[in-house]
Design a binder for this molecule. Structure first.
Ligand code: ADP
Length: 496
């Protein structure tokens, strides 16, 4: 067979995956490989970029081999963990230091200084972000300041910075291309999301020389040929960050469409169309994607603990054996006023309370493990409702919610989500939306898929959950949650 195939690379935080699709988005082969997480100090998280590269190389090689008889790879797409920062030598392609991972908090002091110096408004206006160590900008600054000789080498033009997409493009093209896409650039704190250019004021603020930066392209541009994998010319024609790829994989192409990924944490992205909404409620403004020369913006909110609260029930409380047991327990449990606030690592958007810690409220003599399991699942739904409220307060019109990630398999939780949000919740047949999104964009870039409308047809509904709870019960439950959050925060304010 000689049909054209698409190779999609999903370079995630804990593993790298390679998947080969045909042009109707059927998966023909996939491979996955984990790599080492390094924690050199409290709050520091690093990856060896060379190890990441070898995991990508071996998973790609495996799936290319597996699908050789079924067709020929005609395009490559890349999606990746965002913000993670690599600086490498242009000549040797060797990183000068381990990659600093998005979770790394080592630049917290620098971010505090930026806030104290009143930069936050400017950062938000230009980049859509907050002054937080999460983003790449302060991580580059740290590398240039702490790796011996780095700053001089950067000034001399010998060093290249990139997020993981950019490093992979450099490796795949054997040094021919130093490029990134607008979505990854929009997470660096150096990129102006309105002019779509590196922002001179941000570069000056963080003392980052322009010479290290990659060229920024549209998601569906050509990013060179993957000569490290193929002897003939196979172009890289799709690049975008993981949450952006999931937005495409969920076919959230119209303003008002919302995707919510329930993995360890919960990442929500709302398409706001050609309009970049500036958040007054501590959400991020970001580029959803730029395809066919048109930019779609998004509002984004991240919640640190979603599926992780279920892991905690299993691994720390030992009250469930498997994550999926939580569904039947919640279904059979009597309704109670127990509320779990899973603020294990503080509260993310829209509360942003780093000092808050977890709590359980409303226990009585009747409360058993069933109520705690139920409340833990419900906490995931409540946190989504807080994000949705913040988005609405920022002027967003929300029409539907599309879910994916491990916890989206839980029917009880998805029904409760629809009930509390009072919105239809849609779960697709293919919940592997991230890698699918990378394949779709690569297909569009290579002309293998004609249009977004056509790619939207790839999305198929598996199940829709609609609100059934009576409004009085809903209001009562939301009030329980709001009170619990207020108490958790009050404790923080007075206690730390
Ligand atoms: P990640 O990509 O962050 O590793 P996944 O999308 O693989 O996460 O989802 C795994 C998470 O989902 C785990 O935290 C797990 O506890 C949770 N999870 C998986 N299945 C269920 C289920 N049926 N009910 C509740 N939680 C679940």
């Amino acid at each position: 067979m000689n049909q054209p195939l698409i190779l999609a690379i999903d370079q995630g935080t804990t593993s790298s995956r390679a998947v080969v699709f045909d042009t109707s988005a059927q998966v023909l082969a996939s491979a996955q490989q984990e790599f080492t997480q390094q924690f050199p100090a409290d709050g520091w998280v690093e990856h060896d970029a060379n190890e990441i590269w070898s995991s990508v190389l071996s998973t790609c090689t495996e799936v290319i081999k597996k699908t050789r008889a079924q067709g020929k790879i005609a395009a490559v797409g890349i999606t990746n963990q965002r913000e993670t920062t690599v600086v490498w030598n242009r000549r040797t392609a060797q990183p000068i230091h381990n990659a600093i991972v998005w979770q790394d908090r080592r630049t917290a002091d620098l971010c505090r200084e930026l806030r104290d110096a009143d930069y936050e408004k400017q950062i938000s206006r230009h980049t859509g972000l907050l002054a937080d160590p999460y983003f790449s900008g302060t991580k580059i600054r740290w590398l240039l300041d702490h790796v011996q000789g780095a700053r001089a080498a950067a000034e001399a033009g010998d060093l290249a910075f990139g997020t993981i997409d950019s490093f992979l493009i450099y490796k795949l093209t054997e040094g021919a291309e130093h490029a990134t896409d607008v979505t990854n650039a929009s997470r660096t704190m150096l990129f102006n999301i309105h002019s779509l250019e590196w922002d001179p004021e941000m570069l000056e603020m963080l003392d980052v020389p322009r010479s290290v930066l990659p060229e920024v392209r549209n998601c569906d541009d050509t990013f060179g040929f993957a000569s490290a994998l193929f002897t003939d010319k196979v172009p890289i024609t799709g690049v975008l960050g993981d949450q952006h790829a999931a937005t495409v994989g969920q076919a959230c192409f119209a303003p008002g469409m919302l995707k919510s990924t329930y993995g360890t944490g919960n990442f929500v992205m709302l398409n706001t169309g050609s309009k970049a909404l500036e958040s007054e409620h501590k959400l991020l403004t970001t580029i959803a994607y730029r395809l066919n020369g048109e930019t779609s913006y998004a509002l984004e909110g991240s919640v640190f603990i979603a599926g992780a609260v279920i892991q905690w029930l299993r691994d720390k409380l030992h009250i469930i054996a498997n994550a999926s047991d939580s569904e039947a327990i919640a279904r059979d449990a009597e309704l109670s006023d127990v509320v779990v606030v899973p603020a294990f690592t503080g509260l993310g958007a829209p509360h942003w309370d780093a000092e808050a810690r977890g709590a359980i409220y409303g226990l009585t003599r009747n409360s058993g493990f069933e109520q705690i399991v139920t409340a833990a699942l419900e906490s995931v739904c409540f946190q989504s409702r807080d994000l949705l409220n913040a988005m609405r307060a920022d002027g967003a019109q929300v029409e539907n919610l599309r879910v994916d990630g491990g916890l989206a398999a839980n029917n009880w939780a998805m029904q409760r989500l629809a009930d509390l949000l009072d919105l239809p919740v849609q779960r697709p047949i293919n919940v592997e939306t991230t890698v699918l999104g990378a394949a779709v964009v690569a297909g569009l870039g290579a002309g293998l898929i004609d249009s977004l409308t056509e790619s939207g047809e790839i999305w198929q509904l598996e199940r829709e959950f609609t609100a059934q709870m009576n409004p009085a019960t809903r209001d009562r439950r939301l009030e329980l949650w709001d009170t619990a959050i207020a108490r958790t925060r009050f404790h923080t304010d007075s206690g730390h």
